[in-house]
Design a protein around this ligand. Sequence first.
Ligand code: FAD
Ligand code: DLZ
Ligand code: SF4
Length: 517
Amino acid sequence: MSAGGALRLVLGDQLSHHLPSLRGLDPARDVVLMAEVMGEATYVPHHPQKIAFVFSAMRHFAGELRARGVPVAYVALEDEGNTGSLDGELRRAIDRYQPARVELTFPGEWRVWKQMRDWQRTLPIPVEVREDDRFFCSIARFRAHAQGRRQMRMEFFYREMRRDHGVLLTGEGEPEGGQWNFDAENRKRLPKGLVPPPPFRVEPDAITAEVLALVARRFGQHFGSLDGFAYAVTAADATRALDHFIRHGLADFGDYQDAMAMGQDTLFHSILSPYLNAGLLDPRAAVAAAEAAYGQGKAPLNAVEGFIRQILGWREYVRGIYWLNMPEYAQGNALAAHRPLPAFYWTGETDLNCLAQVIGQTRRTAYAHHIQRLMVTGNFALLLGVEPAEIEEWYLAVYLDAYEWVELPNVHGMVMFADGGYLASKPYAASGKYIDRMSDYCRHCRYDVKQTEGPDACPFNYLYWNFVAENAGALRGNPRMAMMYKGLDRMSEEKRAAVRRDAARFIAGQVAGYGEG
Ligand code: FAD
Ligand code: DLZ
Ligand code: SF4
């Protein structure tokens, strides 16, 4: 690096060659800094597969930059002198390379943004933070959408995004198929005999094998197994994963989007979130590929619209909510939920089969699909009244795709209703009936989903009514909860007492830390 050059930091979820802080790079004067640091690997106890994925993808990305002639200062976790923090590594690189300025891209988490602002104040050279434009919607655009709204609704935002970006529109600017949303068609159970495609796999190369050994040695005690790691760690393989999904998963994605089945971890889902969130895959490429498949008659509209809504709608919506409302957003606890997270979330030892299945799968793969996260592990934490911060930490730790900008609104807002209805109009609380309708978990469970009271009754059933009763103060006035409160009001005093008794017994068991009812 020569005088007047820039030090350009690339974080572990910024692995895009078109990253704003890489634009205008002069290989003769500039240096790219990438650092594996304990601070980022342990601020929550990440699943070992997540750490392996990020480190291996970082190492591959650094290799690609070097192959393009870009000088990269790469600090590996066990390199001598590694300070263990982004702050320490940035300061060390400044001492070493004496750059004239630092170039950064806006990060994915508030705590890192705070750090970047500190650098702007305390470093002796200019620090530029460039907007992260790898999203459809800028934060300014989201702010304009949110202006004057006390409550946000994804559906209205999504329609604006479809219009802004000309996605799935007719020549007249109307939604393809005459409606914006085909969700009502997307709630089928997995029929017997329909076999989902095998998930896309990439066998570990030498770089990944080395990282897997490092992670096993240093982070083997974290929740989660490293066995069978087969995620893509380069943009080229992430693009292959997209092709695989478009070819084999997309056509049935809509119909079975909400289904769950034992032994079927991924069904017709795309498993693209790790790549989208780390920067290996551009969301525009994913949306364009799905739209093209519809144009070519390879997938029906309910599937294509459903998939595009997740990326153009939900993904952008939760990011906007996060950045518009942090750091206050994380503080809310609208339902005053304070119970500890049951220990079995970390051990997987529970006799509630749905939870055992989803937590077991999470431990094996660092993946669960949306309905498993929302209606099994999420719904249970909501019904139990778990302290939001405890369940938020769990979700941030255990999934390969977890970064706070996307995890927090999903958990704090969508699952826990801790924002009081800002993100979603009502809590997604449900009894065991929902899980029974959408899965085969109940058929293999020691509890009876049809029973509502007593030691063999499905705990979701009495916990559901206990939740409705406990939160009457906060939720009775919500028009979308009217049916539930009608149900509660119709319940005999005897039945209510049984709900209270069963719930109290079960909760006492959880608080003691065991998965026994
Ligand atoms: P698909 O079902 O194939 O969907 C396609 C894409 O749409 C995903 O890859 C993802 O990028 C996007 N998407 C879908 N739903 C959402 C959503 N609700 N919010 C944002 N993007 C969405 N997603 C994360 O990327 N990181 C998280 O940390 C995360 N935490 C979650 C926690 C909870 C409690 C819940 C209910 C959802 C969470 N999600 C999170 C959203 C969703 O569950 C995952 O994006 C999805 O399961 C990833 O699997 P997939 O790629 O196979 O998704
Ligand atoms: C998730 C992660 C991990 C495990 N390790 C690193 C790391 O060592 N170095 C790094 O630059 N980034 C890492 N990341 C991703 C960061 O945590 C992520 O960039 C911030 O959370 C901001 O989204
Ligand atoms: Fe889960 Fe209840 Fe079904 Fe068992 S019976 S799998 S606890 S929903």
